[in-house]
Design a protein around this ligand. Sequence first.
Ligand SMILES: O=C(O)c1cc(=O)[nH]c(=O)n1[C@@H]1O[C@H](COP(=O)(O)O)[C@@H](O)[C@H]1O
Length: 238
Amino acid sequence: MADKRLIAALDFHTLEDVKKLVNTLGDSVSYYKVGMELFYSVGGDVVKWLRAQGKDVFLDLKLHDIPNTVAGGLCSLMDLGATMLNVHAGGGYTMMKVAAERLHAEADKRGIPCPKLIAVTVLTSINQEDWEGLGQELQIKSAVVRYAKLAKKAGLDGVVASPQEAALIRETCGPDFLIVTPGVRPEGASVDDQSRIATPAKALQNGASHLVIGRPIRAAKDPQAAAEAILKEMESVR
Ligand SMILES: O=C(O)c1cc(=O)[nH]c(=O)n1[C@@H]1O[C@H](COP(=O)(O)O)[C@@H](O)[C@H]1O
């Protein structure tokens, strides 16, 4: 049985590349992330294809707009059958609340299960210098926890944050709150454009519920072996 805590990021721009990786990883990986690169090139068909293969899908389009537009956008995405959708917490409490309410109401109306809705806090690529450049005065950690509390109060199921903030979020938001962490790098792997990172084991020890991992699997010489090594490391933290 695949470990559903691992979400492999499909940052490709063709369906052929997606099929190749998904077929290579086979039963080892059952949860995939479709982000803007793939969705903008291929559209909703990729989500439908993944669902037809029995895979869960995190549709990561990071909606960020006024409440009515975000809520409407989420309802439009609902037909694709994604397991999880996201918005930017920077859109504010009212936006998140309206989005969650409209998504739930729409799911009830259609008689379908409601996708999980999570909020991106502070992108894992943001470092202290970027952060201060934005004129932010809180520490990154404090801002992330503040966003997480707002997301919870607004009725969302969880957040996207770096593994470095996961412990504080878990302590603040309780055991059932989803904490989805990108910025995960096995020991010695290339950091790429990420800033606030940790290893798979450390991310889980800190309380992450899901790990989003892209290049360490996708760009590996042997993606199947890379995924298996990550899954083995994850297995040590239950
Ligand atoms: O929402 C996301 O998934 C996300 C949020 C964030 O703060 N940082 C982040 O890296 N991501 C996504 O997570 C994936 C990480 O990919 P790798 O850096 O290749 O492991 C990418 O698809 C990003 O779009």
